[in-house]
Write a protein that binds this ligand. Structure first.
Ligand SMILES: C[S@@+](CC[C@H](N)C(=O)[O-])C[C@H]1O[C@@H](n2cnc3c(N)ncnc32)[C@H](O)[C@@H]1O
Length: 269
């Protein structure tokens, strides 16, 4: 790895300078002018995966389109938990709402033989990227495009925007300046979209099916009433090695009290 590249990355404040340098050098493919361009983009804070065009998630290499949210390694745990639950359903059906590049959907498809997986996102760039990653994907608002399959899913996953608006400013500079706000901003308590995910999942899932969402902070407490109201039970949470909350799963034990009025304009899947 070129010392100059590593030193420039270190000077720009990147802690994993050596690994990043190796990725940039590989992406430049021996073209030194291209390497300078890629390096400058990184120094400006552009996400590494946008520059190299790819990222490894759960052991699979994914294509990453500039402009979309970059899948986080911390989300692998949710993908692996969902995969285990889907395996129990013996090649069942899963919906990945807010699929982005399709990382979770792609993992479910690749790891569970015979599984039928569909992703949904309301950002067309993300839809195109997920499709390039081999994911069957539709554009739309959360579960609305899947309404024709109400009650048929075994697993619903969602890594929705969940950062409370007031905490956006605390995110790393490169995330804030480059990644789309619509992928991050979850409203006043961060749960605006997640609450709607809970409501939609209660319609999409069969009884006994599982919902898995990524959340943080103390958002599990704030979701309890929402889960209960929509017929979910057996909630379980998981944490990272620092003890920070990373996600929640719950099973649909009863029919929802108030069925969702799906928008009439949503296309069929
Ligand atoms: C935090 S990113 C996660 C993307 C992907 N699941 C991942 O882990 O890489 C949230 C994604 O939700 C999408 N999104 C936000 N609101 C949505 C909505 N109402 N319906 C569908 N997708 C939505 C954004 O476009 C973005 O791709």
């Amino acid at each position: 790895v070129s010392i100059e590249v590593v030193e420039r990355l270190r000077a720009a404040g990147f802690v994993a300078a050596e690994e990043e340098a190796a990725d940039l050098i590989a992406a430049a493919g021996g073209d030194s002018r291209l390497l300078q361009t890629l390096l400058s983009r990184r120094e400006f804070g552009e996400p590494l995966a946008w520059i190299t065009g790819s990222l490894v998630f759960c052991g699979h290499r994914l294509h990453i389109e500039p402009g979309i949210f970059v899948p986080r390694l911390q989300s692998e745990e949710l993908a692996m938990r969902a995969s285990r639950l889907l395996t129990v359903s013996k090649g069942g059906t899963a919906a990945d709402l807010c699929t982005g590049a399709g990382a979770v959907a792609e993992h479910l498809q690749a790891s569970v033989r015979g599984a039928r997986v569909v992703g949904v996102d309301n950002d067309l760039k993300a839809v195109v990227c997920a499709a390039r990653n081999g994911v069957r994907v539709v554009a739309g608002d959360l579960g609305a495009p899947l309404r024709a399959a109400t009650g048929r899913f075994d697993v619903v996953t969602a890594i929705a925007p969940y950062v409370p608006t007031a905490q956006l400013a605390r995110l790393p500079r490169d995330v804030l300046e480059h990644e789309p706000r619509s992928a991050l901003d979850g409203g006043p308590d961060g749960l605006d979209v997640v609450r709607r995910v809970v409501a939609d999942a209660s319609q999409l899932l069969r009884r006994g099916g599982w919902l898995l969402v990524e959340i943080g902070g103390d958002q599990d407490g704030a979701l309890v009433a929402e889960l209960d109201e929509h017929g979910f039970g057996r909630p379980a949470t998981w944490y990272d090695e620092d003890g920070d909350l990373r996600g929640l799963s719950a099973s649909l034990v009863a029919p929802a009290r108030e069925p969702r009025a799906w928008p009439a304009s949503s296309p069929d899947p």
